[in-house]
Every structure is written in C-alpha cells, then in structure tokens.
Design a protein around this ligand. Sequence first.
Ligand code: ADP
Ligand code: NI
Length: 216
Amino acid sequence: MKEQEILDALATYVEHKMSGEGSGHDWWHIVRVRNMAEKLAKTEGADPFICQVAALVHDLADDKLVADEVLALREVRRLLVEKGMSRDQVEQVMLIIQQMSYKGGTQNHLVLSLEGQVVQDADRLDALGAIGIARTMAYSGNKNRIIHDPKLPIRQEMSLSEYRSNQGSAIAHFYEKLLKLKDLMNTKTAKEMAQGRHDFLERYLQEFYDEWDAKR
Ligand code: ADP
Ligand code: NI
C-alpha cells in the first residue's frame, strides 16, 4: 500500500476505536496531534509519514486507557504490519509510542528519535493553551476530581501511581504537569508555540484566582 493509503486505513481504524472516549483522549485529540505532527515534521525535517502514523496510534496502548498495555502494544504492532508498513518503520513507530508518554515525568530521561520528538511535542502542545485547559477540565470531571481546592498541596515529584491517583484537582494539574511542559519541548518550532500557549495558561490562572477571591 502507498503511504497515503496506509494513513487513511489507520485513521479509519483509530477513529472507530477512540470516538466517544470521554477523558479528553478522543478521536479529535488524535486528529489535532496528527496535524500538528505533520506541521512540525515539515519545519524540523522529520519523516512526515512516520510522524503521522505514530500520532495516529499513540494513545491506542496508553496505560491509563487500556486494561492490558502489553497486549494493546502487540495489537498495534499487528495492525501496522497488516496495513503494509515495513519492519523498520513498524519498529520506529513502536519505540516512539512507548517512549513519548509523560507519565508524571517518569520518562523525561529518555532520548527520542527526531520523529519521536516531533510527535511528543505535538501531543504536549495539545495539553497547553485553550485546548489544554478544556482537556484538563474534561479529564477531571471524568475522574471525579474537583476543579480547585485551595487547601490541597501541589505534588512536585511523583511516582506514576501517585500521578494517576484521584487526589488533586484540575487546577493542581496545571502545576503538576501543564506549566512544566514549555521547558520540556524538543523542537524549536514547538518551543515557540508552547510559549504562547503557556502564557495563555498563566493568564487563565490569574483570572481564575481573581474570580475565586471575588476580586473581579
Ligand atoms: P500522557 O498520556 O502523556 O502520560 P497524561 O495522561 O498525563 O499524559 O495527560 C493527558 C491529558 O489528560 C493532560 O494533558 C490533561 O489535560 C489530562 N490529564 C491527565 N492527568 C490529569 C489529572 N490528574 N488531572 C487533570 N487532567 C489530567
Ligand atoms: Ni495523546
């Protein structure tokens, strides 16, 4: 199959699998990450095909979305082979999707391929700005977490299970993850875009606290 046909076939599969997901990891998250990855691939000189494939499948084996991560990874590999990707391409994509997840910062030491850096940046940009705020609120509601509790301590260093636990609020997540992302971007293009989205988060928090304190 030609690259475009592989992308179309994968998109159809992933759309079917992820639509209706209610925690902000739905099909449209995948579409945004794919589009951003394609854009970043162009400016950064990465392979646009590998970037788009990895973007399309990056959440299929996410440990918080699937019951059995190892099994889900095996299924993704089978899917990529079935759609006609070469052995080398499949390995590139499998490595990317296993290494790119934030997981509370526990994977920050890993060094990704250029394509992995691009897809990770695209995924992280979707956690910032207006969209990032919407996803965080949606995720919190989905997990029964409250919007804000001024008494709640902000967790700085966390293990993966602490990070995934239900303690904490939507606003706490800004400090536990979102505000850290701008300094974790890999590529120049994403760093620039992250700065704008980061500034928007800061402005949002300021407005939020002002309203919270009945200042405006
Ligand atoms: P990854 O899948 O890269 O490990 P996460 O699961 O931490 O990343 O986050 C994906 C998005 O889901 C976040 O950007 C955020 O919008 C939302 N999210 C994840 N964990 C939380 C949380 N504890 N509270 C609120 N939102 C969260
Ligand atoms: Ni994602």
